[in-house]
Design a protein around this ligand. Structure first.
Ligand code: ZN
Ligand code: ZN
Length: 358
């Protein structure tokens, strides 16, 4: 059974890199150049979460503790949940003629097609079968991709939140290539160049790019980390994105833990019509909470952001962590109801579903 060992090593590795981060490198004290003020999330070797009390992501030791102590009872199993969620046919008649409307189609996990003010935008697209460094092992789709990528309208803009495999997929990047302009956090341009993709704009937190006609893209903070290998932890930045136009403002959070940044984004980049917030990958909380919010925290974030509407994402597509498969949307609904928020204000979509926002 030796042939099984390699895939399980890759699976473990993909999970470790995606959720916990590889073993911590020796901490490097941020060195201050007396003549130049360095942003508090920059370090000598890369980046960090700057908020007070930001606990560091866990390393190998905690990863193995998690794998050793996890309970089998409630944790989803591929065979039990695969193809159990409904797939919706996107509303192509709207997608192909969005007009001045804000149109959002969920492509699973953190991937959305957002159409606003003449722009077709993708967030963290992943068209592959697995969220993994390799396509023969690692977390596999439990809900199929709801669209044939060739049917999508021409994509103008792609925003990437960070380099974890579920958010930055090599096959998808090569497929979309130099068609769209890619907006990425600091440090990722070199990786794109190695894929032959050069229409890439690298931004730091709070950088803005003017796309003319009053449309702009703002790179905003997130509380997370980056890694694609065992030796590149936090060398590239992680971020969220605000897509703004005179008529609409949408915030895509990527992966993030809870912190002050939600209130800051609401204040500095709002008012937000729509927030796309992650609600999955939080169990066990002792291990995940520094880098992934729970559905309850997503509801709190919705309020911190003063968003008019929030859609929960990052669930129901790949099994990455231990929460029961349908718990994220259920907990989101319950938390929202407790907070007095309606099902119009805080909601989840079905895979492939198209929403037209007023
Ligand atoms: Zn991540
Ligand atoms: Zn993720």
């Amino acid at each position: 059974m030796k042939w099984l060992v390699l895939p399980s090593i890759f699976l473990g590795l993909a999970m470790l890199l995606t959720l916990a981060g590889p073993p911590a490198a020796a901490p490097t004290a941020p060195m201050r150049d007396p003549g130049m003020e360095r942003p508090s999330h920059h370090t000598d070797t890369g980046f960090r979460n700057p908020w007070p009390g930001s606990s560091p992501e866990h390393g190998f030791k905690e990863f193995f503790k998690w794998r050793r102590t996890r309970k089998d009872g409630t944790r989803p199993r591929y065979g039990e949940v695969v193809n159990t969620l409904p797939l919706r046919e996107p509303r192509w008649e709207i997608i192909n003629a969005p007009g001045g409307r804000l149109v959002v189609t969920w492509l699973g996990h953190a991937a959305f097609l957002i159409q606003m003010d003449g722009l077709n935008i993708l967030t963290d697209p992943n068209f592959s079968e697995r969220a993994s460094p390799v396509q023969f092992a690692g977390p596999r789709r439990v809900t199929p991709l709801p669209v044939e990528p060739d049917r999508l309208p021409p994509i103008d803009v792609v925003v990437i939140s960070h380099n974890h495999y579920d958010h930055l997929d090599k096959g998808t990047v090569r497929r979309l290539g130099n068609g769209p302009t890619w907006y990425v956090p600091l440090g990722l341009k070199g990786w794109f160049a190695r894929q032959g993709v050069t229409r890439v704009v690298e931004l730091d937190w709070w950088d803005r790019v003017d796309l003319k006609a009053g449309r702009e893209i703002i790179c905003v903070p997130a509380k997370h980390f980056s890694s694609r290998t065992l030796w590149d932890r936090n060398e590239t930045l992680w971020a969220g994105w605000v897509l703004a136009s005179p008529d609409h403002r949408v915030y895509f959070a990527g992966d993030t833990g809870y912190s002050q940044h939600f209130a800051d984004i609401g204040e500095r980049a709002g008012p937000l019509d729509l927030a796309l917030l992650p609600i999955g990958a939080y169990n066990p909380e002792w291990f995940m909470s520094s880098v992934h919010i729970t559905p309850d925290q997503a509801v709190q974030a919705h309020r911190d952001l003063s968003a008019r509407r929030t859609i929960g994402m990052h669930w129901g597509t790949f099994i990455l962590t231990d929460e029961p498969f349908l718990e994220p949307p259920r907990r989101l609904r319950e938390s929202a109801a407790r907070a007095g928020l309606s099902a119009e204000e805080v909601l989840v979509m079905e895979h492939g579903e198209t929403l037209v926002l007023p």
